[in-house]
Design a protein around this ligand. Structure first.
Ligand SMILES: Nc1nc2c(c(=O)[nH]1)N[C@H]1C(S)=C(S)[C@@H](COP(=O)(O)OP(=O)(O)OC[C@H]3O[C@@H](n4cnc5c(=O)[nH]c(N)nc54)[C@H](O)[C@@H]3O)O[C@H]1N2
Ligand SMILES: Nc1nc2c(c(=O)[nH]1)N[C@H]1C(S)=C(S)[C@@H](COP(=O)(O)OP(=O)(O)OC[C@H]3O[C@@H](n4cnc5c(=O)[nH]c(N)nc54)[C@H](O)[C@@H]3O)O[C@H]1N2
Ligand code: SF4
Ligand SMILES: [Mo]
Length: 863
């Protein structure tokens, strides 16, 4: 069977995949050894992409309300409602909210329709929640949103600094590259309030107070200057330094003051500063711990200042490196998908507007930047936006103060949602749902963190009536009356137009340009190999500003507010290793579900003791915006006074873990990016009378109606973890019909029910008030047995119980207890030895940081 080269569906690392279709909706996934981003490697999510390409839960037909409709009817309705709304209330009364998970071609067409034809810039993207501060910071310092680093710089660096990035979990293949460089002698410094798996393996971890990054970086700049490591020659030739600039970093950023602001040991801080001053080949990678802050843009510029002042930019192994989250976050920036940019790295300056309008032969052109995401949803709630089209994002979950976003969606007269999944928390509010083609069904390009553009290629025919996003948008554009401008019949055509615009009247002032790419034919597009745009930006010391110089931007550390009386702690939010955002894809993969099965709130042991929160119990986490339940995880990796919760759970998958409801909708003044990482919060224990679990050999029709219910996919079915206060007998309604066996232990309040169908296990419900519950593994395996074992109600095979512990290596299905037993019995001394003995960590490698920790803990234990 021939394999097809494509790009991973997930993160901005942009790994190349070699996909071999092995059957109807079945595919074998391997890393593409020739792709420059990954050279054959894939992390846990990429490795298990094949588990997510089934059609479960897919939206396969256009829907108007709850009724299926033809494409013609649905598209005509969308075009008519947008046209009528614009006619009545003007172009700024409508909006699009799009996504870094669209392909460049989709994104280009949506941006063109809104900015050039509707004539409003009310198109914003979830990248506002993700990259906007980096964009604003780059624009301020360089004059253009250009990432001046590549992955090759990592291979050449002697000091690698990770700021606000849990790289081991969120950019695992970049992280493997970093590790390889560290094995060759480079030093790794991690700056993150949490002791993440990334931080555990660093030479130095600075667990700073949240929001103190400007102080840390300004302190570094002051130190570096005092140490004589400022590159005066580079500054003189290539950088504009405001007159008062140095005064702003001299005052108040001495080692002692900064250590106090950042709440770290002065000796640790000093070590970082000494390394930074001494090691010219430094790459500083940053991500959401920097961007997602109400001071995000200043934090970005604090990092850029440090690199510019030391001349560590435009040279191999020396660069600031904003690593992007979504697979096409960068492509979105290139087409101008943000409300604050126009197209092809142009802004709303009069000459740029005229140029883009000329190029598009557009009837209108947006006069000014449009509404940024948080403002957009606020105006939606206030009734000023009357028609909204959402594509490839789930704002009812992922926006800050998501409860208000839901209210706004519910109040909007006309909401269109294009998604691949039928039921999402957002599409629950849609008047029209449009079935989009998913990864593996669509063709187009994406740009990864290091400016490498790669093709995504279709592997399967379009299922049902699904259509690619570019097609859906151009059909609406056509039906709104702009047939010529939206006459595309394939992504290659859109790509060529995008390339032409990038070079159109571009005298070299816009670095973003794809010369020579617009002349290729369709066959060239089909055969496109990954390539990087922009050769070594800034290597010549020239920047895309009017005077050719970069800018040092004076930034000051903002006062960190004292804890509030009613909301005394600080809430940090982020990601798990094996889940992707709102889990519409990763939630389908049983293997990916195993690493973290429930939404946890991570609490420092001192706080837990003080607040009477025990490990494994439930807690209510609340902010002025809303509250949600989590399972408590007491961990020393969390600083006192701070909580961490994941962003992945939704109404579809749990009664708790609805993190989006908690953060404040406060944004950075320059970028409009919300500060997701530090909201005032409180936490309190929640007692329940019983707990239990439900295993179903099929999808549950609805979520169990109890206080705590979280769902994961398991092989051949679904597992719900449950806890509650009321009558557990009500859960019986979720059991299917069949032969029923039941055991009750009234003393412990324990009830165990199994339902058999044709001798197979169809469902099992185990509930207890005071007793123990068996581990779920064996019962789950019974779902796949043609004949269920007679010991079902014991919850284990006849004979001894095998408890593997929490699954750590998902590729080889190995639990903590199995791995620990191997370490002890076979005296395994390092991660490689574990791999050689039992395979753990030798496939995708995502669990290697966790294996290293297990080894370290075991060494301490043994000593
Ligand atoms: N597994 C997985 N990988 C993903 C994704 C996913 O959903 N799952 N999503 C992708 C996307 S879209 C994105 S944007 C990236 C995000 O990738 P990351 O930015 O690495 O991920 P986060 O977990 O959001 O946050 C990173 C870290 O910032 C730290 N932090 C919080 N506050 C501060 C602070 O004040 N200062 C500093 N220095 N650090 C702070 C947090 O403790 C956290 O560990 O991941 C991408 N990759
Ligand atoms: N509290 C908190 N909130 C956050 C963050 C945080 O760290 N903390 N991080 C923020 C960041 S960085 C990001 S990037 C966002 C992510 O948040 P979202 O963008 O809301 O999350 P996803 O689950 O990726 O949503 C993508 C949707 O698009 C659908 N989809 C997938 N492929 C396609 C396609 O090809 N076409 C169409 N039309 N639909 C498709 C999926 O089914 C899914 O419903 O969350 C943000 N929200
Ligand atoms: S690091 Fe993992 S999730 Fe990201 S692109 Fe590569 S394989 Fe996909
Ligand atoms: Mo993101």
């Amino acid at each position: 069977m021939a394999s097809i080269n494509t790009t991973c569906a997930y993160c901005g690392v942009g790994c190349g995949i070699r996909a071999t279709v092995t059957g109807a909706r079945q595919v074998r996934i391997e890393g593409d050894p020739d792709h420059p981003a990954n050279r054959g490697r894939l992390c846990s999510k990429g490795t298990h992409l094949g588990e997510t390409v089934g059609l479960e839960g897919r939206l396969l037909h256009p829907m108007i309300g709850r009724r299926r409709a033809s494409w013609d009817k649905a598209l005509d309705l969308v075009a008519r409602r947008f046209r009528d709304t614009i006619a009545q209330h003007g172009p700024d009364s409508v909006a699009f909210y799009v996504s870094g998970q669209l392909l460049t071609e989709d994104y280009y067409v949506a941006n063109k329709l809104m900015k050039g034809f509707i004539g409003s810039a009310n198109i914003d993207t979830n990248s506002r929640l993700c990259m906007a501060s980096a964009v604003a910071g780059h624009n301020r310092a360089f004059g253009e949103d250009v990432v001046p680093a590549t992955y090759d710089d990592i291979d050449a660096a002697d000091l690698i600094v990770l700021v606000g990035s849990n790289t081991a979990w969120c950019h695992p293949i970049v992280y493997q590259r970093i590790r390889a460089r560290c094995d060759a002698g480079a030093k790794l410094v991690v700056i993150d309030p949490r002791r993440t798996e990334t931080a555990e393996q660093a030479d130095l971890h600075l667990a700073i107070r949240p929001g103190s990054d400007v102080a840390l970086m300004n302190g570094a700049l002051a130190w570096v200057r005092a140490a004589g490591a400022v590159d005066e020659e580079f500054l003189a030739a290539s950088v504009a330094v405001p007159a008062d600039f140095w005064a702003t970093v001299e005052e108040g950023y001495d080692l002692w003051s900064v250590a106090k602001t950042c709440d770290v040991a002065p000796a640790d801080l000093r070590r970082f500063y000494e390394w930074f001053a001494a090691i010219p080949r430094t790459v500083t990678l940053f991500s959401q711990g920097i961007n997602q802050s109400t001071a995000g843009t200043d934090q970005v510029n604090a990092i850029l200042n440090l690199h510019l002042a030391t001349g560590r930019i435009g040279k191999p192994g020396a660069a600031p490196f904003s690593i992007t989250g979504q697979p096409n976050a960068m492509g979105g920036r290139e087409v101008g998908g943000l409300a604050s940019t126009l197209a092809a790295h142009m802004d709303f300056a009069p000459d740029n507007r005229a140029r883009v309008q000329r190029f598009w032969a557009a009837p209108a052109i947006a006069a000014k930047p449009g509404l940024k995401a948080v403002d957009l949803f606020r105006e939606l709630g206030q009734g000023r936006i009357k028609a909204l089209w959402i594509m490839a994002t789930n704002p009812a979950v992922s926006m800050p103060d998501a409860g208000s976003v839901r209210d706004a969606l519910a109040a909007c007269p006309f909401v269109v949602v294009s998604d691949v999944i039928a039921e999402t928390d957002t599409s629950a509010h849609a008047h029209v749902r449009l079935p989009a083609a998913a990864w593996g069904e669509k063709d187009g390009t994406v740009t990864n963190s290091d400016r490498t553009i790669s093709r995504q290629r279709a592997l399967f025919p379009l299922p049902g009536e699904a259509k690619p996003d570019w097609w859906i948008v151009k059909e609406v554009g056509r039906r709104m009356g702009w047939a010529t401008a939206f006459a595309y019949d394939r992504p290659a055509e859109i790509w060529r137009e995008h390339c032409r615009l990038s070079t159109y009247e571009n005298d070299g002032r816009r670095l973003f340009a794809l010369p020579g790419r617009s002349s290729g034919g369709n066959a060239d597009y089909d055969a496109m190999q990954p390539f990087r745009w922009g050769d070594a930006p800034f290597a010549d010391g020239r920047f895309p500003t009017p005077d050719g110089r970069a800018r040092l931007v004076p930034v000051a550390q903002k006062a960190i507010p004292a804890p509030l009386r009613d909301w005394p702690m600080t809430l940090n939010t982020g990601r798990y290793r094996d889940h992707w955002h709102t889990m519409t894809r990763t939630g389908l993969a049983p293997k990916l579900a195993r690493h973290r099965e429930e939404p946890l709130v991570e609490v420092n042991p001192d706080d837990a003791a003080r607040l009477m929160l025990s490990d494994g119990s439930l807690a209510r986490v609340g902010t002025p915006q809303g509250e949600s339940l989590y399972r408590v995880s007491v961990v020393a990796s969390q600083r006192p006074g701070e909580l961490f919760v994941p962003i992945h759970w939704t109404d579809r998958t749990a009664t708790g873990g609805r993190t989006g409801r908690l953060p404040r909708p406060l944004t950075d003044p320059y970028s409009g990016q919300p500060g997701f990482k530090a909201s005032p919060v409180r936490i309190a224990p929640v007692a329940t009378r019983w707990r239990g679990f439900l295993i179903l050999g099929h999808e549950a029709a609805r979520r169990p109606d109890c206080l705590w219910a979280t769902r994961i996919a398991v092989p051949a079915g679904t597992l719900w973890e449950l806890a509650g206060d009321g009558d557990a007998a009500a859960l019986d309604r979720l059991l299917p019909a069949g032969e029923r066996i039941e055991a009750v232990d009234a003393a412990r309040g324990t009830r165990r029910v199994a339902i058999l169908s044709g001798g197979r296990l169809a469902a099992a419900l185990f509930v207890t008030e005071t007793g123990q519950l068996p581990t779920r593994d064996w019962l789950i395996a019974q779902l796949s047995e043609p004949q269920a074992a007679p010991t079902l109600l014991a919850g284990r095979a006849p004979g001894a119980a095998v408890d593997r512990g929490a699954i750590l290596c998902i590729c080889f299905d190995l639990g903590v207890k199995t791995i620990l037993a191997a370490i002890r019995d076979r005296q395994l001394a390092d991660v490689a030895a574990i791999g050689a003995a039992i395979g753990a960590g030798t496939n995708c490698g995502s669990c290697r940081p966790a294996l290293a920790r297990l080894l370290a803990e075991e060494t301490i234990h043994a000593a």
